[in-house]
Write a protein that binds this ligand. Structure first.
Ligand SMILES: [Zn+2]
Length: 353
């Protein structure tokens, strides 16, 4: 080996050693509580890969591809125990929580924040049904002149009866052909301390006269053009309104807490939407247009899991015919009812720890 080769070998070795030494480092870890939320914050010197696995309702494991300068941590808040396991270039944190929990992770430069909170256990007792449109706002109008507002109200009343027989307290945002502003519907549900909010609509397509099927929305940003079109259609009622509230300005703390509540609420809204959609497709043998996300105004201000159901296309002749048939409408109500009941049973099973 000549001198040049030796120099190359030394450079290569130092590069290798350098890359080994360059494993990220967790420099500090802090644990604090804000109200019901426990914050676990990791400060790292560079970007790290993290695998977070929920082991059970009270256990969580996080694997960082980083060494840790901190090897033990005093538990706090909802976190009852933290085991730190250092490995080569990785550190595993095994957490034990004292209550059924949920969490969110927020990554910022050099900071990884986990927000933990106890899953609120709600007993589902009260449902608000929201027949879409009404009064001067007819909603979609079929080729034969069927008005969406009428079909929505009929289905809502049939559904109310079934849910009451099941033992739930049920309120309608409107029980006749009157105009109710979108924000008023949400406020009503919040005032009634509703556990679920179900907005009932019928669909319309301006471009496809054969469009058909059942779809269920939960709250989120609209992702596709079709979802945006649905938004434009259903939020069209806003044009009849004169008094649209400004978004609420919140401080940072309430934003953190609202954020967490929203995570739970979104997940439950999604679960509810899935159950309703599955039941509808199963019972109505209808085209499955799926569970979708959209930021419908009427769902936005709700403090409870909320979905918006499109029961079929009034703009399609064959679907308009079905929706004007009382037997079919009763099947629609039964399908939604069973979806809600399945959701409640599943929810109760999940929160019974
Ligand atoms: Zn509608």
């Amino acid at each position: 080996m000549n001198a040049k080769n030796i120099i190359c070998l030394i450079i290569l070795s130092s590069v290798l050693i350098g890359s080994l030494n360059a494993a990220p480092l967790i420099e500090s870890i802090s644990l604090s509580t804000i109200k019901d939320t426990t914050l676990l914050v990791f400060e790292v010197d560079t970007n790290v890969d993290i695998t977070t696995s929920r082991i059970s309702n009270s256990n969580l494991s996080m694997v960082f591809n980083a060494a840790s300068a901190v090897t033990s941590l005093k538990p706090k808040g909802i976190i009852k125990k933290i085991d730190v396991k250092p490995e080569t270039n990785a550190t595993t944190f095994n957490l034990t929580l004292d209550k059924p929990y949920d969490f969110r992770r927020v990554n910022k430069t050099n900071t990884i924040m986990y927000k933990f909170y106890a899953v609120p256990v709600r007993e589902i007792k009260t449902v608000v049904l929201d027949p879409g449109h009404g009064g001067i706002d007819p909603g979609a109008v079929g080729k034969k002149g069927t008005q969406e507002k009428e079909i929505n109200l009929i289905i809502a009343k049939l559904l109310k009866k079934r849910l009451e027989d099941f033992g739930l307290k049920v309120y309608l945002t409107r029980s006749d052909d009157s105009f109710v502003a979108l924000a008023e519907r949400t406020r009503f549900a919040n005032n009634k301390k509703a556990d679920l909010f179900i907005s009932i609509h019928c669909n319309a397509s301006g471009t496809n006269k054969y469009a058909s099927g059942f779809e269920t929305y939960f709250l989120s940003e609209a992702k596709t053009d079709l979802e945006r079109a649905a938004l434009a259609r259903e939020d069209g009622a806003l044009r009849y309104e004169t008094d649209i509230p400004d978004p609420i300005v919140q401080d940072e703390l309430s934003l953190i807490l609202a954020d967490l509540k929203q995570t739970e609420q979104l997940r439950e809204s999604y679960n509810l939407a899935c159950q309703v959609q599955t039941s509808a497709v199963d019972i109505l043998k209808d085209v499955d247009r799926g569970v979708k996300q959209a930021g419908f105004f009427v769902l936005r201000g709700c403090f409870m899991p909320a979905v918006l159901i499109e029961c079929g296309f009034l703009s399609t002749l064959s679907e308009e015919k079905k929706l004007t048939n009382s037997k079919y409408r009763d099947s629609v109500a039964r399908a939604i009812y069973l979806g809600i009941v399945n959701y409640i049973r599943d929810y109760e099973k999940r929160v019974e720890f």
